[in-house]
Design a protein around this ligand. Structure first.
Ligand SMILES: [Zn+2]
Length: 591
């Protein structure tokens, strides 16, 4: 039975792979991933890794791998559908009916199409008489045209039916427009536009879908912001504005702001890791989304009372999810947008200095540590200082470490010399440990057999093309919003390995139709062995550069190898066939 997508999506949301596996394996955090001893073979070193990014696991010892369903299949000795039932039960979910109807999935797709069309319409208004004031407004707020285009901003004209008429003309139905919350019913029962005379901010999810809109009025009228209500593709408290851009930022943190304009101003000033919650206070859901990509969140709310209250709430929610929280107070009660503008050409630099100056959480952690010891007692004090030295030894930067050491010694009136000796001991043993780990890793890589695709078994070579294909598949898993541009350049027929082609097709087809494509969504189309292979690919490319440049590199290797292959095949063909090939190619180019 094919399971409905909404069901699988909920199943995945309720059975986070790390927490499911933690009830079977003692997991330790290592970087962005978790490691532990493999439950499927007699494992003396921790060779088993869980990758939250790709929602997969892989064992380097016995090559077991897959998604959360595969894990349960193996651990509980169940077949696919029973493993699904098991997880549904764990999450208190009902199994879907046997003859479930897919009209809801279809409606979701139609809503996403309508939203995309609406975003195009709003943007196009900037270049009409009705919408020019919207563009002027953004320009007076000092947004560059480049920024306006990057965020796909637009304008909802001051008209009752401009968008509704446009979408009805595009053959969207009355029902679809109401469900998308792009139109609402007037008292007379006719359809009218939900957003009027507002600057429009499209909310884009990680798959590149426009899932909702925020609209800002340009005068003092209320409400200042109007957002899309809950629809089949969007729920309040889920999703973050500009998250699709910020998650790919090189920065190791997020800045969380209150408003869309703050986020946009920060991005324009070069802080491409700013995000905002959408029209609500921060939720645990959003905190988990942030935590999945980066360890640290800098709160940058307004300095007014409401902003401070929101800051307190957000700190509690983020701490609960083990996020490293820092708070940035902007001087003179400004919001980030105002602050950057007020400082003119120095705005970005000054904001960067503010960002660098915020207190690190080491002070906070030391305070917490102290509460665990009775430091009025000599023995307690010594034990506390030993633990403190161990904690400080984890700081990578020498200068930073020494600053904390001298602060600590001054506070507790102990000899800096003695403390530094102890600290140096811990630092040396940390370094030794990590160099041992690194050595083991390199040795393992060297002795590992080259990877071969499931359908190329027996062929003892991992070709350049296959490696690039695997890397591209992994890249798409973490950057689903790139699917349109990738697919345009690499249609499935250019993928050389039959197995990779199947995975690539399953993944891109889902993404292109705006559906979700977590591992769990398509793992049902593959056998257990194949899923282990896919997990191995994710594991292999986990540390690979996840940047657009790397992606173009993969693409060019695939296309280059594909051409070589075609040329080799061509050489064996008759002159007529060769002529036909070139004719077809010319035709394709003219298109
Ligand atoms: Zn294993």
């Amino acid at each position: 039975m094919a399971l409905p997508e909404e069901f699988l999506e909920e199943l995945r949301a309720n059975n986070d792979i790390t927490s499911v596996i933690s009830s079977y394996v003692n997991l330790k955090k290592r970087g962005r991933n978790y490691v532990g001893k493999c439950p499927f073979h007699n494992d003396s070193t921790p060779s088993f890794t869980v990758y939250p990014d790709t929602e997969s696991f892989y064992c380097f010892g016995c090559a077991a791998g897959g998604d959360v369903i595969t894990f349960i299949m193996r651990s509980e000795q169940l077949v696919y559908i029973d493993a699904v039932k098991y997880l549904a039960q764990r999450a208190g979910m009902q199994m879907p009916e046997n003859n479930y109807d897919d009209s809801f999935s279809k409606l979701r797709m139609r809503i996403l199409e309508a939203n995309r069309e609406a975003a195009k319409f709003y943007h196009s208004q900037f270049f009409s008489e009705a919408g020019f004031q919207g563009l002027s407004y953004l320009r007076t707020r000092r947004l560059s045209d480049q920024t306006i285009n990057k965020f796909g901003l637009g304008f909802a004209p001051d008209s009752w039916t401009a968008l509704t008429d446009h979408l009805l003309n595009k053959r969207f139905t009355r029902y679809e427009l109401l469900q998308a919350n792009l139109s609402v019913e007037s008292k007379k029962g006719t359809l009218i536009d939900r957003f009027r005379n507002r600057v429009m901010f499209p909310i884009i999810d990680l798959k590149g879908n426009v899932v909702a809109f925020g609209g800002r009025i340009m005068t003092d009228e209320k409400p200042k912001y109007l957002n899309t209500s809950d629809t089949p593709v969007f729920k309040k408290g889920e999703g973050l504005f500009a998250f699709n851009i910020a998650k790919n930022s090189k920065s190791d943190k997020f800045i969380l702001c209150e408003g869309y304009m703050d986020v946009i101003a920060l991005h324009q000033a070069g802080f491409d890791f700013a995000v905002a919650a959408l029209g609500t206070a921060l939720t645990s859901n959003q905190a988990r989304m942030l935590k999945k990509y980066k360890e640290t969140v800098v709160l940058c709310y307004d300095s007014d009372n409401a902003g401070q209250l929101a800051t307190q709430r957000a700190i509690n929610i983020l701490r609960k999810e083990n996020v490293n929280v820092k708070v940035l107070q902007i001087p003179e009660g400004k919001d980030p947008d105002e602050y950057i503008k007020r400082n003119g050409a120095d705005g970005a630099l000054k904001f960067k200095l503010l960002l660098d100056s915020i207190e690190s959480d080491i002070d906070y952690k030391l305070e917490q540590l102290e509460t665990q010891y009775d430091i009025t007692d000599t023995d307690g004090k010594v034990r506390f200082l030993t633990q403190a030295a161990r904690m400080l030894s984890e700081i990578k930067n020498d200068i930073e470490r020494n600053v904390y050491a001298s602060k600590l010694c001054e506070k507790y009136k102990v000899s800096l010399n003695d403390f530094e000796l102890q600290l140096a001991k811990f630092v040396r043993s940390n370094n030794y440990r990590s160099s041992q780990d690194e050595f083991k890793r390199v040795k393992k890589q060297l002795t590992e057999k080259p990877h071969v695709s499931a359908d190329d078994k027996g062929v003892k070579k991992a070709t350049r093309a296959i490696r690039a294909e695997e890397a591209l598949i992994s890249y798409l898993m973490s950057n689903p919003d790139m699917v349109h541009s990738v697919y345009e350049k690499v249609p499935p027929e250019k993928i050389s390995s039959e197995f990779n082609r199947r995975v690539y097709t399953a993944l891109t087809q889902r993404l292109l139709s705006g559906r979700s494509a977590g591992f769990i969504d398509f793992s049902g189309e593959f056998t257990e062995e194949e899923n282990a292979y896919i997990a191995a690919v994710f594991a292999k490319f986990n540390n690979e550069l996840n940047v657009p440049q790397a992606c173009s590199e993969y693409i060019s290797v695939i296309l280059e190898e594909n051409e070589k292959q075609t040329a080799a095949q061509l050489a064996e063909k008759s002159p007529e066939e060769i002529q036909k090939y070139f004719d077809d190619m010319m035709k394709a180019k003219k298109k």
